[in-house]
Design a protein around this ligand. Structure first.
Ligand code: TYD
Length: 337
């Protein structure tokens, strides 16, 4: 047929089949007459009298070899792997394409709850998120939860070095992209070495700042494409998104006024920068209201804590996390059958 070359990937099986047929034909032509001669006429006594000559015996052997070659070729060329041959042929004779009956989906193993809960606190400068994160953690621990409090940037050893670079006012001329990547690097290390291990243990992770800080500061603040920042960070974190983000809102002027001097590299950015960050946080929360609790940070601290507790309560798991149950399996287990 036109264009059927052995080098062409799609025609390789055809070429294979051809060469097998050719070899069999050659073997048959060359080997059958001498084999037939060597066997000669034989007499078999199988109950009745039975005579057979060398040609018949040689053809029988050739037939068996051809069958073997056919089976090998079928196994190599079967393009409907896993479909039973007889059923497929029967369907083909009736002009249908055989489709195997749907198998019952394999029973999923019972979902193991390995995930803890991840809560992030976000906000501009001096919003009091550090205090509120700490209060939430204390409250959760009082209720018997395994809580890991952490922060960005600088929660790991490498992160502390990155934090020093990022916040040192001596770091001058750092490009916005480099800044974005350094925050993302800190975050990647934070996720891999602190957050994920804690979550796998079933702990509740409370982080002071997370991805939204980069979206607000490096995206809105530095006026870079927020989608780009989101993409870099999704990659850095393996797509880990908090179950809840508490956003503490304070007008930039008020927040910056609350800070003790001297300010770090980011805090010393001009007022417009902080205005953009503030607007950015608000836009992020409005775009995904289910994940955010937005609070006016100028309200009394006790009131804020109570609201945060209400909201956290909604997302809390069973007080006995799966990890704890696993641990009990090291003790003799009493099972009712
Ligand atoms: P932080 O340690 O939370 O300081 P503060 O409690 O005074 O707000 O954050 C340090 C600075 O880093 C802060 O000015 C915000 C900035 N930052 C970013 O610009 N991008 C980020 O992704 C993060 C996590 C922080």
């Amino acid at each position: 047929e036109a264009g059927a070359t052995a080098a062409d990937g799609g025609d390789r099986p055809v070429a294979y089949l051809r060469s097998v047929a050719l070899v069999i034909a050659l073997v048959a032509v060359a080997a059958v007459p001498p084999a037939a001669g060597a066997i000669g006429v034989r007499h078999l006594d199988l109950g009745g009298d039975y005579d057979f000559d060398g040609t018949g015996a040689a053809l029988l052997v050739a037939g068996l070899l051809a069958l073997l070659a056919g089976l090998v070729a079928f196994r190599r060329l079967d393009d409907r792997h896993g479909v039973p041959l007889v059923a497929d042929l029967r369907a083909a004779l009736q002009g249908r394409v055989y489709t195997p009956p749907e198998r019952e989906p394999e029973q999923e193993p019972p979902a193991r709850r390995e995930r803890g809960v991840f809560i992030a606190f976000e906000g501009g400068e001096g919003a009091g998120k550090t205090t509120q994160a700490r209060l939430a953690a204390i409250w959760l621990r009082d209720h018997g939860y395994d809580v890991v409090t952490t922060h960005e940037p600088g929660a790991t050893k490498t992160g502390m070095r990155l934090r020093a670079m990022l916040l040192d006012k001596e770091t001058t001329g750092l490009s916005s992209r480099a800044e974005t990547l350094l925050y993302a690097a800190d975050r990647a290390d934070h996720v891999a070495n602190v957050i994920v291990p804690a979550m796998e243990r079933g702990a509740i992770v409370v982080s002071d700042r997370y991805v939204d800080s980069s979206l607000a500061y490096q995206g809105y603040g530095r006026e870079q494409r927020v989608e780009d920042i989101a993409e870099v960070n999704a990659w850095a974190t393996g797509g880990l998104v908090p179950d809840l983000t508490v956003l503490l809102e304070v007008p930039p002027q008020t927040g910056l006024g609350r800070l003790p001097a001297p300010a770090d590299r980011i805090e010393s950015e001009p007022r417009e920068f902080h205005e953009r960050v503030h607007a950015g946080f608000r836009a992020l929360a409005e775009a995904d209201p289910d994940r955010y609790l937005v609070l006016d940070a100028s309200r009394p601290q006790g009131e804020l804590s109570r609201e945060i507790q209400y909201r956290i309560r909604e997302i809390l798991p069973d007080p006995i996390p799966a990890g704890t149950e696993d641990a009990t399996s090291t003790f003799p287990v009493i099972t009712d059958y």
